[in-house]
Design a protein around this ligand. Structure first.
Ligand code: NDP
Length: 325
């Protein structure tokens, strides 16, 4: 038996129930993982509210770190006792123990702690593919990154600095502004107080930026397009404020033949070789100390409702984790 979070309906944080579940032997290709730490991500909110549909009842959570307890038939790349971490579907990481597809797991380097791993696999691999593969950035480029003091945001600030890329970050408070600057943002804009489009134009001498990374969605999408220079790239990778309404491709033409992509980490890590390369790149910058993982919020597994309500109400900075035992 394991304690786990189950959702039988969509709704507010209260729909997450802390229950006992039976964990049988792992099936073919599956691995039983005993979690030591579990990541909390904004995508979990989308699944809980139903913005991203899933069959119900179901588990929640896409990220965790722990120890392999058992392996199913055909699993060869991990063995019992290995320290492992992962990010990806199916949902169900909000649990003490779970069975899951073995091909999502990567073996953790000894010096990376479980809580660091659980806090960075999804947010860190996302920053990795967005900065290194979605766009082709070079030193000296200037980009705009929304929610720069969040989980993905603080990692992106540091990683952009490593790459020699100037990152203008938006944030929702003065405390968050200081944090983003500390982590490597070149400039910050408090978009609750200032018009970020006007500020970006002023900061870039009227030119605009090469790439905008927009995970806010509805509230910022149009303003973000207006921050781009001609031939710039709009990376719409999340919807913290709601989904982007439909819009006409001519909006891209009138602003200077812009490019638009709506990526997800699942596609960038779907092939095992891509998953391993992305994780290796992340482990590299974390091991060297170039990127530090800010585990700023810790909750017990049974207090996950608090974790969600803090995340949704913009109270958190950096990453949040759940401790299952
Ligand atoms: P964050 O820690 O960044 O939390 C979300 C932040 O968004 C808040 O702290 C807040 O920062 C900002 N925000 C702005 N408007 C709102 C709003 N109306 N409601 C809530 N928050 C708002 O979360 P994560 O690091 O987990 O994820 C960041 C984003 O990246 C999410 O949109 C997520 O879905 C997306 N994502 C996408 C992936 C992909 O591959 N496509 C993978 C991983 C994450 P502030 O107060 O500073 O505005």
């Amino acid at each position: 038996m394991s304690k786990a979070i189950r959702v039988a309906r969509t709704g507010g944080p209260e729909v997450m129930e802390y229950v006992d579940v039976e964990v049988g032997a792992p099936g073919p290709g599956e691995v039983t993982v005993k979690h030591e730490a579990i990541g909390v991500n904004f995508i979990d909110v989308y699944f809980r509210t139903g913005l991203y549909p899933q069959p119900l009842p179901n588990g929640l959570g896409m990220e965790g770190a722990g120890t392999v307890e058992a392996v199913g038939e055909g699993v060869t790349h991990v063995k019992v006792g290995d320290r492992v971490a992962y990010a990806g579907r199916p949902n169900g990481s909000y649990a003490q123990v779970r069975n899951m597809p073995g091909d999502l797991l990567v073996v953790l380097p000894d010096h990376i702690a479980f809580d660091t791993a659980a806090a960075m696999m999804l947010q860190g691999m996302t920053a990795q593919y967005l900065l290194h593969r979605t766009a082709h950035l070079k030193p000296g480029d200037t980009i705009l990154w929304h929610a720069a003091a969040g989980g993905v945001g603080l990692i992106a600030c540091q990683w952009a600095r490593v790459m020699g890329v100037n990152l203008i970050g938006t944030v929702g408070s003065e405390e968050k502004a200081a944090l983003a600057i500390e982590n490597g943002a070149t400039h910050v804009i408090n978009y609750r107080k200032e018009n970020f489009t006007e500020r970006v134009k002023a900061l870039t001498g009227g030119e605009g930026v090469s790439v905008v990374y927009d995970s806010i969605g509805k509230d910022t999408f149009t303003g973000s397009l207006d921050c781009l220079k001609p031939l710039g790239l709009m990376v719409s990778f999340g919807n913290a404020s709601g989904t982007v309404p439909p819009f006409a491709p001519s909006e891209l033409q009138s602003r200077g033949s812009l490019f638009l992509t709506r990526p997800t980490m699942m596609h960038y890590t779907a092939k095992r070789e891509d998953l391993e390369a992305t994780a290796k790149s992340l482990f590299g910058v974390v091991s060297s100390g170039e990127v530090k993982i800010a585990v700023h919020q810790r909750y017990r597994l049974q207090d996950v409702a608090q974790a969600h309500s803090d995340l949704e109400s913009r109270k958190t900075t950096g990453s949040s984790i759940l401790i299952p035992h």
